[in-house]
Design a protein. Structure first.
Length: 133
């Protein structure tokens, strides 16, 4: 189970509304920062299972905004070349699940959220400073 503490949404919403067209960039940068934190934790979780290092090196982070659904999402995933990452995560008939990615999110959820908040604060400040010139 993942437990996260969230505060300050009213203030964030107000700040983002003030940013207008720059708000999506701030949101995407923030959520991406949190996903990068989870990616690094996942790479550490893969160390005991390391043979070539290809799986840890192949992890990619993507962040996108779906304006229609009004959602910001980030994804940490491996590439097609390292399809065996899902075998390691979920297990097979012959391999017990290692849950390297699930643990990365579960154990680092609050820190990832802190990264999101910090990156968004910096980006909001930068946009306001740029507009003030």
């Amino acid at each position: 189970m993942v437990s996260i503490k969230l505060e300050g949404f009213k203030e964030l919403e107000r700040e983002l509304q003030e940013l207008g067209d720059d708000a999506p960039k701030v949101l995407r940068a923030g959520i991406r920062a949190g996903a990068v934190h989870v990616k690094k934790a996942a790479q550490k979780n893969l160390e005991p299972h390391r043979r070539t290092g290809n799986l840890a090196d192949s992890l990619k982070v993507s962040a996108r905004i779906d304006r229609r659904k009004r959602a910001v999402t980030a994804t940490v995933r491996n590439t097609r070349d390292t399809f065996y990452g899902s075998f390691l995560e979920f297990g097979t008939v012959h391999i017990a699940p290692a849950r390297w990615l699930t643990r990365a999110l579960r154990d680092n959820a609050q820190q990832a959220l802190n990264e999101v908040a910090e990156r968004m604060r910096k980006r909001i400040k930068a946009v306001k400073a740029k507009r003030a010139r």
